[in-house]
Structures are given as C-alpha cells and as structure tokens.
Design a protein around this ligand. Structure first.
Ligand SMILES: Cc1cc2nc3c(=O)[nH]c(=O)nc-3n(C[C@H](O)[C@H](O)[C@H](O)COP(=O)(O)O)c2cc1C
Ligand code: SF4
Ligand code: SF4
Length: 454
C-alpha cells in the first residue's frame, strides 16, 4: 500500500496529490487554503480574481432529496469581492509555507490589457498556474464574462491567445457545461494553445420556488435569479462531458482537471478512469469541511494498491475506450433479473416498478408468499427492478446469451437488416408479451396469458 505515489505533474503544475480545491468559497482566503493544505489537499484554485464585485444576500439554494441535504447546490455568488492586493499577498504567504503545493490563480477580467496585467500580478505573487474562469453562469455573464465567453468558442479562442502570449506559467481553461457540445469550446481552447482544461463549472438552474411568496431560491428581497448548480447531482453530467473530451483525438494529449459532484474516493477514481489527472472539489468541502480529503486519500491508495497501480497515470483514462456510441453495442447480449429469495424482504417495490414502469415481468406468487417471481420470458433485462430494490445484491442481472454472437446496430445497418417501416417484423418488441389492456382494470392480475405484439 505504501508503494502508491499520488503526486502529479499536471501540465507542469506539480502537486503532492491530485486533490485540489475548486475555485469557490473554500479558496477565498489564505487562511482557508493553508488550513486545507494542512489537512491534506495537494492544490487549490484560488477564488476567481478580477475587479472586485458586490455580492447579494442570500446566495445559496439547495436541492434536498428525501433525507439527503444538499444533493445539489445552487449559488448566485460572483467572483471575489476582496481587493486584488490582499489576495496576492496571501498567495505569496501560502507559497512560502507550502512551496510544494499547487496554488492556481483563477482569473476573470475583460480587456486584453487587464488580462495581461493580472497575469503578471499572479505570477509575481508566486502562483504555480492560472485557471481561466469561462464558466460562471450568473451575474458575470451579463457583463460579457464567465459563461458568456465559454459559450462563444471564437471569443474564447481569442482570449486564450491573449493569455498564452502573456503567461509564463501553465494555463488551464475552465469550461462551462451550459453549452450543447462541450467539444467546441474545448477545441477552441486547445487550438489557442491552452496547457490544460478543467470542467465543469456550474449548471444554470433554478432549485425551487417559495410557495408563499412565489420567489425562486435563493431569495433576494422577494426576487431571485438563475444560479449555478453543483454538488452530487451534477456528477453524471460532469463525467459525460469529461469523457467527451478525454476520448477526442485532438484533445487526448491535453491534461484535464475533473470537477463536478466529487465527494468520495470512488468519485475520484471514476473521474481519473475517464481521463482526469487532477480533481477539484467545492460543494463537498462546503458541506463537510476540508477533512474529507483523508477518506479520499485512504480510499484512492487502497484502490491503487488492490489493482497494482503505482501512480495516477497507470490508470488514468482506462475507462474511456469502454464508452462507445450506442450503435456499437452488442444487440445479442441478454441479461434477465434474478431474485435471491433469502435476501428478499417482500417490499413489493420491484413488482410495482416492473408492472407499472417496465415490462410486466414480475409476478406475486399465488400461494400468498411475499417473494416475487421473475417471469423470464417477459424480462427485457432493463435493470429497473435491481435499481429500486432496497436490499443490496438481492436482485442481480444474469447473463442468458452464450456470448458467441456479436452484432451491433451499425453492423446490422450495413447488412441492410434493420426495421425500415412502421410494422416491420424485425422490430425488437415483436412477439414480446404485453397484457391485454382490460387487465389493467382487474384488482389483482394473476393471469399471465397476455397477448403477443403483432
Ligand atoms: C458558492 C460557489 C461559488 C463559486 N465560485 C466560483 C468562482 O469564483 N470561480 C469558478 O471558476 N468557479 C466557481 N464555482 C464553481 C466551482 O469551482 C465548481 O466548478 C463547481 O461548484 C462544481 O464542483 P462541485 O460539484 O464540487 O461543487 C463556485 C461554486 C460555488 C458553489
Ligand atoms: S429487468 Fe426490467 S423487465 Fe426484467 S424484471 Fe426487472 S424491471 Fe422487469
Ligand atoms: S424489491 Fe427486492 S426486497 Fe423488495 S420484493 Fe423485490 S426483490 Fe424483494
């Protein structure tokens, strides 16, 4: 376990481990960054610097999902409201105490002259790198900055060129997810010479409405505005966008810092497997504090040791080749659900889900037992019952094809063997069981005779 080396060299930025704080409230001051480094974080992207702003109160709203507080966090905060000189002084001080940790200055200004000036300032303060904030989807974008740049690849390309001309330290371009194709701004940044990319910034959102005042959260004097969404809820979107970049032939060589909903060591491993070589965290630290890095580090080391990896680079991107286009998946792979009667608690969730939301392939036995039965010939292997089952490993998906056949939709198309008219008998659902419609009105449907799709 001790053989694992977590250190990284991210586009020239050295860090003792891949755990960085994202540019956000936890990196608002030297006090916080020092406390974080002391707790075990390897790097910090400073709260975005620029011409100081005036913030509103309140600033955050959240999605509380059942018992989970802050499953998603929404904010309408702007960049730093502190004077540049104070931030620069503190960056310098942090670097004195932690010369081997990564301090990255996040920047957002408007004109070429401002960009070139602030780059010199943060270089002089000892920053190890620069991150360009082209992501903020509220407030700053109304002033032509943040996501207003991230959504316009040509403008982004021009600004990255200005920055590359002026910068002597590595430059990371941070992208907004508020765009239909994340590859466009990424390619614009790469062609302008960025040293690295990071993603995602927050997603434009409204988390809810006050049912008495009809104001959106967070409420500012009876009104509100769209915010930027982050936290565990956005992780799937971040992973998808990361894969879009890591799998692109013209981006593959550009290091990517993964951001979005990272909270545990498992999240970290997943981002690395999809091509990130550093990760950044904001919401989880705002929720639980800097101490979460200890679990992240222990878990990552254990994973690497179990798999025989010595460095991050031994497994970075290993999942990318497994993410295909739908048309390349095997149409002959067949799984069905299987219930472990010893584990089942008879809650009926799987039966209800399959009957109302899937393919009527789960029945309750005639003998009054609470343990449902899978009707294999009706099961399409969609996974739904195994997802709703509250008991770990009670419903498993079992393979039924013998693995000898592979045929993708693309191959079938090339062979001219795909359904091509509305009633084409080659459609996948032909012959599949559905109950007669009137069965829906019976109080208890135990008749499995059904009808066959024509
Ligand atoms: C309150 C708040 C303020 C933020 N401020 C900034 C900022 O100044 N600059 C920036 O690039 N990103 C900012 N972000 C976005 C985060 O850096 C990060 O990209 C996003 O929160 C996703 O990561 P997470 O899911 O770990 O929170 C902010 C996020 C939050 C919640
Ligand atoms: S896998 Fe889908 S179709 Fe099969 S039993 Fe479960 S919910 Fe029903
Ligand atoms: S959801 Fe799981 S525990 Fe509940 S009845 Fe179905 S198999 Fe049993």
């Amino acid at each position: 376990m001790n053989k694992t080396d977590l250190s990284i060299n991210f586009a020239g930025i050295k860090s003792p481990n891949p755990f960085w704080l994202a540019s956000a409230p936890p990196t608002n001051s030297g006090y916080q960054v020092m406390k974080a480094f002391d707790a075990g974080w390897g790097g910090a992207v400073w709260k975005t610097l620029g011409v100081p702003v005036v913030n509103v109160s309140s600033r955050y709203g959240s999605t509380n999902y059942r018992d989970t507080r802050m499953a998603g966090l929404n904010n309408i905060e702007l960049i730093t409201d502190r004077p540049l000189a104070d931030n620069l002084k503190e960056i310098e001080e942090v670097k004195k105490y932690f010369p081997d940790h990564a301090v990255i200055a996040s920047l957002m200004v408007e004109s070429k002259a401002e960009w070139q000036q602030i780059i010199k300032d943060v270089e002089n303060a000892g920053a190890d790198g620069i991150e360009l904030n082209f992501g903020c989807p509220h407030g700053m974008c109304e002033r032509g900055m943040g996501s207003a740049v991230g959504q316009e690849p040509e403008v982004l390309n021009t600004i990255v060129q200005w920055v590359m001309e002026a910068s002597n330290i590595p430059v990371i371009t941070k992208l907004t997810p508020n765009i239909s194709d994340i590859r466009e701004p990424a390619l614009a940044a790469v062609s302008a010479g960025t040293d690295a990319l990071s993603l995602i910034n927050t997603i434009k959102s409204i988390v809810g409405i006050d049912l008495d005042t009809y104001a959106p959260y967070p409420v500012v004097d009876g009104k509100g505005t769209n915010g930027g969404y982050c936290g565990p809820a956005v992780k799937p979107i971040a992973l998808h966008m990361l894969k879009e970049l890591a799998g692109h032939p013209d981006i593959q060589k550009t290091p990517i810092s993964g951001i979005g909903g990272i909270e545990t060591w498992r999240d970290v491993v997943e981002f690395i497997l999809l091509g990130a070589t550093s990760v950044q965290v904001c919401t989880a630290v705002m929720h639980y504090g800097f101490g979460i890095v200890r679990e992240m580090e222990a878990g990552l080391r254990q994973f690497m040791s179990d798999k025989g990896y010595e460095t991050i680079y031994d497994f970075a991107g290993k999942a990318v080749p497994n993410v295909l286009e739908w048309k390349n998946l095997n149409l002959h792979y067949k799984v069905v659900a299987s219930i472990n009667a010893d584990k089942c608690i008879g809650c009926d969730l799987c039966h209800i889900a399959c009957d109302d939301g899937a393919h009527q392939a789960i029945a309750l036995p005639e003998n009054g037992s609470r343990i449902p039965e899978i009707i294999e010939e009706n099961c399409v292997g969609c996974n739904l019952c195994s997802l709703v089952c509250p008991v770990e490993d009670c419903i498993t998906m079992e393979r039924r094809d013998d693995g000898s056949r592979f045929e993708s939709w693309e191959e079938r198309t090339l062979a001219g063997n795909t359904p091509s008219s509305f009633n084409d008998q080659r459609g996948g659902g032909v012959g599949h069981f559905v109950p007669p419609p009137a069965d829906a009105l019976k109080t208890k449907r135990r008749d499995r005779s059904g009808i066959r799709n024509k």
